[in-house]
Design a protein around this ligand. Structure first.
Ligand code: PLP
Length: 443
């Protein structure tokens, strides 16, 4: 019989790991070798409960039979087919399923292979849309401080995470401005759900419109819930204000739902949770339950239709990826979205929203905790930074949690939790009691 946990070759020189302190990791690796439902198994055979759905992406839990078997079947049938001037049925089927989950009037789907690519695609669609309507001076983008939109040049330009921009600062897109972020410990620490303070920050967009003139602004892009910066739910009324100002001046509103899409808030997209409909939605991650890379941009019908006016033999959008709508990714998406629907996963996961909020806020009195935030199946615990060593305290917490069998995600000094939507009370108890125990050990 095969050993389910064969020894791992620790010769690790060749893989340059992303967003990782490579030398620190190699000195003390944390290796995951298999996974099922809520758990990873490590190379030394330990079970680790997944507190962050991989990287906010394994929404239905790991290794779901329905998805894996659809992928295997697709590989046996059609491994690859181009989608430039050719088609295959799974891509159309996947687009229909994605559109079926989107807000009313958003029924066109452009496929990419990652969140970063979906962001760059959305920005390009926004520019091309204005131009197609004869409004080609609209070229500026407005992002937001602390926003994360992946790592393409478009994404880091509209993004607002200083470390991701610093080294590349000389070559960011020109013509980008940033709204202020909404994080304010003095006004809104320990808010449960959406902070009551802060909707006025959206009004900064009026100032930018006055400065740049609306005729020059193509789109505003925000994460409805900022994730990678450390979980910032939008203040009550904030997204509504952005929507209203964009409408007033003909500016497109892009929601980057790479994290918030596919049930993270108990609805297909955050757009439905907040009842604010953007013009474009970027998504990825949970679209295939992270089994096969895929990203997508979902577009309002009138935006798509604006491209469909010229001669029929002309390519309408000079943009696309070799793997846009890849058959295996498309099969994974169809099976994933079927699984979400057939199990009522988004709806059933709502039962855990209050429970995870209680568990997270239960940590507020622990040493060094300066904020707790939550929304849907997302929670965050922000720690006071050690003097001169930002991120060190949370890193130590992450390592200790892992050693005790819980995987958490950290960003700066914030511990972020976003478990698979199949999470049960017992897992939440285990995750938060472990974090609590660890926090008590940290100086
Ligand atoms: C909001 C948001 N946009 C874009 C991305 C980039 O996605 P990817 O890493 O698949 O390129 C992420 C990744 O976490 C994200 O959270």
């Amino acid at each position: 019989m095969n050993d389910p946990h064969p020894p791992v070759d620790h010769d690790m020189d060749n893989f340059w790991m992303p967003f990782t302190a490579n030398r620190q990791f190699r000195a003390k690796p944390r290796m995951l070798v298999s996974a099922k439902d809520m758990h990873y198994t490590t190379d030394d055979g330990r079970q680790v409960v997944d507190g962050c759905a991989g990287l906010w992406c394994v929404n239905a839990g790991h290794n779901r039979y329905e998805i894996i078997s659809a992928i295997k079947q697709q590989l046996d049938t059609l491994d690859f087919a181009p989608t430039f001037q050719m088609g295959h049925p799974k891509a159309f089927e996947a687009a229909k399923k994605v559109a079926g989950l989107a807000p009313e009037g958003m029924s066109h789907v452009f496929f990419a292979n990652s969140g970063s690519e979906s962001v760059d695609s959305a920005l390009k669609i926004a520019l091309a849309y204005h131009r197609a309507r004869g409004d080609g001076t609209r070229t500026k983008f407005i992002g937001r401080e602390r926003g994360y939109h992946g790592v393409g040049f478009g994404g880091i330009s509209v993004g607002g995470i200083p470390a991701n921009r610093k080294v590349f600062g000389g070559q960011l897109l020109p013509g980008v401005d940033h709204l202020p972020h909404t994080h304010n410990l003095r006004e809104a620490a320990f808010s449960r759900g959406q902070p009551k303070w802060g909707s006025h920050l959206a009004e900064d967009l009026e100032r930018m419109v006055a400065l740049h003139d609306p005729s020059n602004i193509a789109a505003v892009i925000v994460e409805p819930v900022a994730g990678s910066t450390g979980v910032l739910p939008p203040p009550v009324g904030y997204l509504e204000k952005l929507r209203a100002i964009c409408d007033k001046y003909g500016i497109l509103l892009i929601f980057d739902e790479v994290i918030s899409g596919f049930g993270r808030l108990g609805t297909p997209f955050a757009a439905q949770y907040f009842n604010v409909t953007p013009d474009l939605i970027c998504c990825a991650k949970g679209i295939t339950n992270a089994t096969i890379p895929m990203g997508a941009v979902i577009v309002k019908d009138h935006i798509h239709d604006a491209f469909m006016n010229g001669p029929e033999g002309i390519i309408e959008l000079f943009h696309g990826y070799t793997y846009s709508g890849h058959p295996v990714a498309a099969a994974a998406a169809v099976a994933t979205l079927d699984l979400y629907e057939n199990t009522g996963l988004f709806e059933s996961s709502r039962a855990m929203h209050g429970y995870i909020a209680d568990a997270a806020h239960g940590l507020r009195e622990l040493p060094n905790v300066i904020d707790v935030r939550n929304i849907g199946l997302i929670a965050a615990v922000e720690l006071k930074s050690r003097d001169g060593k930002p991120g060190a305290r949370a890193y130590e917490a992450m390592v200790k949690c892992f050693e005790r069998g819980v995987l958490v995600r950290i960003t700066g000094d914030t511990i972020a939790l976003s478990p698979p939507l199949i999470v049960e009370q017992s897992h939440i108890d285990e995750i938060f009691s472990t974090i609590g125990d660890v926090l008590k050990t940290l100086d």
